[in-house]
Design a protein around this ligand. Structure first.
Ligand code: ADP
Ligand code: MG
Length: 326
């Protein structure tokens, strides 16, 4: 199978949207953006050995490569429309490609996203997706709009993806069913697209949790020039993580909850007067939205423990170039 056969067989499909004037196969795709919308554009890369283990399930990898990008669209309140896929592959193993493409296309179909182009090269396995989405002009959710007194919310629950990584790294153990659930969170994150769209005009700021709550909420605080008080006890978590927190593995549980990446939930802020609207959105989407604290005037992030005592140190969110990340 040569490069062009590979592209044709696995990555070239008839466009589903009329917005695609020309898709895969030419020197560039031609797209027809919706009048009155802004384009939201973002790129994310998954590198073998860094973001996923060699030998990772290809179908789940196909899902995740797109999911992490869709999550950025969710965090902007954007409707995802078009994707580009740049891959480096060590070989053209059809079984691997078939499963990868299945995972990728299934998620693209679920969100009506057209794959309109990309690049294919031989090399150490690397998956890079560029996503383009749309928001009605002026309505995107940004990081810089949080105001003193706003409530802070998180969707779903936090920490299980990092918990799965901890199990894989031999740092803790879980019963089989809890591990399967945690691995699903790590390998098949569900981008919160519908939530992002529902939060247009409601949330004052938003971000997706890819590197860990403290770091990602920290970006909102920095951009908005505010601080925050978060109640650790309010953070939504799985039973397994809750048990570790109460039991002998408190430090690991805290690290997963506060600094665990890869959950791809949304953290957002909203005025207290919008609490009812947010409860209605949660009910409509059947997705828990939990108030975890509030925005404070004073800079910095304070996390209160279950007794209302500030944690002396906060576990650090993931940073590829921190001195301790190798
Ligand atoms: P060029 O030489 O003009 O860069 P390529 O040979 O790289 O074109 O790609 C041929 C066509 O296939 C282009 O339309 C490109 O966007 C598309 N393409 C290449 N790789 C992928 C991929 N992995 N997924 C989707 N489209 C791809
Ligand atoms: Mg090319």
């Amino acid at each position: 199978m040569d490069e062009f056969e590979l592209i044709e067989r696995f990555f070239s499909r008839p466009p589903r949207s009329q917005s695609v004037v020309l898709g895969v196969g030419d020197d560039a795709a031609l797209l027809l953006p919706t009048p009155g919308c802004e384009l939201a554009v973002s790129v994310d890369m998954l590198v073998e050995g860094r973001h996923f283990f060699a030998g990772a399930d290809p179908e789940r990898l196909g899902h995740k490569a797109l999911a992490v990008n869709l999550s950025d669209m969710a965090a902007m309140g954007a409707t995802p429309r078009w994707a580009l896929l740049a891959v480096a592959l060590p070989d053209s193993d059809p079984a691997w490609l078939e499963a990868f493409a299945r995972g990728f296309h299934a998620l693209a179909d679920a969100h009506a996203v057209d794959l309109v182009g990309g690049d294919t090269t031989r090399g150490p396995r690397n998956l890079c997706v560029t996503i383009l989405g749309e928001t009605p002009s002026g309505q995107a959710l940004r990081r810089d709009g949080a105001r003193t007194g706003d409530d802070i919310y998180v969707s779903g629950m936090l920490g299980d993806a990092a918990l799965a990584v901890a199990v894989q790294g031999g740092r803790t153990m879980l019963p089989a069913d809890a591990l399967a659930a945690a691995r699903l969170r790590l390998e098949m994150p569900q981008p919160r697209i519908a939530l992002g769209i529902a939060l247009r005009g409601v949330a004052s700021a938003a971000i997706d949790v890819s590197d860990g709550l403290t770091g990602d909420l920290g970006h909102i605080l920095e951009r908005s020039e505010v601080g925050a008080v978060v109640e650790m006890g309010a953070l939504p978590r799985s039973k397994a993580l809750g048990a570790m927190l109460a039991g002998g593995e408190r430090d690991l549980a805290l690290a997963c909850l506060l600094a665990g990446g890869d959950d791809y939930e949304l953290v957002f802020t909203a005025a207290p007067s919008d609490a009812r609207r947010i409860a209605e959105i949660a009910a409509k989407l059947a997705l828990p939205l939990t108030r975890i604290g509030s925005i404070a005037e004073r800079a910095g992030l304070v996390v209160m423990d279950e007794r209302g005592v500030p944690l002396a140190t906060l576990p650090h969110a993931y940073d590829h170039f921190a001195p301790t990340s190798t």
